[in-house]
Ligand binder design. Structure first.
Ligand code: UDP
Ligand code: MG
Length: 351
């Protein structure tokens, strides 16, 4: 008897046992005020705590809570991707499970959506309760990506955003193995707008983004949306060539005029050599980053492996193809049921 939701709210969950109930409470308080049908799609990204148990209990209490559970941890961006694959709403809202993104902002997003915007992203005016290091690295990161990316990705926006169904369908057709959802929602275009908010402190627990994961996300963002790092090698090579060409006559003239050598000794040579090798190795690293991502795409592995789903039975009846049952793999976008969603899925991974 559950109606088709107007809003699908997607929350990726990785060891968030202390946040799940609070998240649902605050979300449902907000969504009750809106008064239109909604669902919460929780994507359990291989949690090792009681998250899945709590999500299942929530689903039993309230069938509007639907759960996709991965077979292991696949990462935040992939969890969001899975949520997008399963969402049925006319508008989809991405939100972190730790309540750093206050659900109370959602009505403002919905208002903008109703005014005709297709993407409404939330801009972090201020961040509270995060370490100086996190705030500063995030700031530098967003500005770096903004400078070098070929598309405009709004500054200081996370994944907290509302997207119209058309945007979701477009995203479903981008089966990237190292997705940067924020960039991808900018890439697809449509009418976009922002609302600002204060990023709150984590309700419970520690960040699930340690330095290593943050670094990887930054590399996904940069490699996904810019060739600039590859072009740096050319600029550096030109600069070194110019230095070399200028240095030859200078060194020769000085030697003839004063009889002096500018650079003496092996130490100078050694240091110069080490410096240049380090530059070269760094560019190997950069190329490697692009190559590894090409390799990920070429292998064409599924984006994720689902072990269980809860609450999608009715939708299975509605459209048998849409949500496969147990053992689902996310190789390709699930076909969309709406006839007016005209984006063709041309590059499904069937080999
Ligand atoms: N998350 C996830 N898989 C991961 C890491 C994080 O699903 O491997 C989820 C996490 O549960 C949270 C959201 O992604 O709902 C954002 O993570 P977190 O709050 O730790 O990141 P931060 O806000 O510190 O950048
Ligand atoms: Mg957080």
């Amino acid at each position: 008897m559950t109606e088709r939701p107007v809003y699908s709210i997607i929350a990726p969950i990785y060891n968030e046992e202390g946040n799940i109930d609070a998240l649902f409470e605050r979300l449902s308080a907000v969504m009750e005020q809106i008064g239109e049908p909604w669902e919460l799609i929780a994507v359990n990204d291989g949690s090792r705590d009681r998250s899945l148990e709590l999500l299942r209990a929530l689903h039993q209490r309230d069938p509007r809570v639907r759960v996709i559970s991965f077979s292991r941890n696949f990462g935040h961006q992939i969890a969001v991707t899975a949520g997008l694959d399963y969402a049925a709403g006319q508008a989809v809202i991405l939100i972190d499970a730790d309540l750093q993104d206050p659900p109370e902002i959602i009505p403002q997003m919905i208002e903008k959506w109703k005014q005709g915007y297709d993407v409404v992203y939330a801009v972090r005016e201020k961040r509270e309760g995060e370490s100086w290091f996190k705030v500063q690295t995030a700031k530098v990161f967003y500005r770096l990506v903004y400078r070098i990316a070929e598309i405009d990705i709004p500054l200081d926006t996370g994944d907290f955003r509302l997207m119209d169904r058309r945007v979701v369908v477009a995203l479903r057709n981008m089966r990237e193995h190292n997705p940067y959802i924020r960039g991808m929602t900018s890439w697809v275009g449509f009418r976009q707008s922002g609302v600002s908010y204060v990023r709150e402190e984590r309700h419970w627990g520690e960040t699930k983004y340690p330095l290593g994961k943050m670094f990887r996300l930054a590399l996904d963002a940069i490699t996904g949306f810019s060739y600039f790092p590859l072009q740096v090698a050319m600029h550096a090579s030109l600069a070194l060539a110019v230095i070399a060409v200028l240095a030859i006559p200078v060194v020769a003239l000085l030697r003839l005029a004063t009889g002096q050598l500018i650079f003496e000794g092996q130490a100078t040579t050694l240091i110069a050599l080490l410096l240049l090798s380090s530059f070269q190795l760094f560019f190997f690293f950069i190329m490697g980053q692009y190559i590894a991502r090409i390799y990920d795409e070429v292998r064409g592995r599924p984006l994720y492996v689902v072990s269980d789903v809860y609450g999608f039975e009715q939708r299975v009846e509605e459209d048998a193809q849409r949500v496969p049952a147990k053992g689902v793999v996310g190789t390709r976008a699930l076909p969309d049921v709406d006839s007016n969603d005209a984006v063709a899925d041309e590059h499904g991974g069937s080999t």
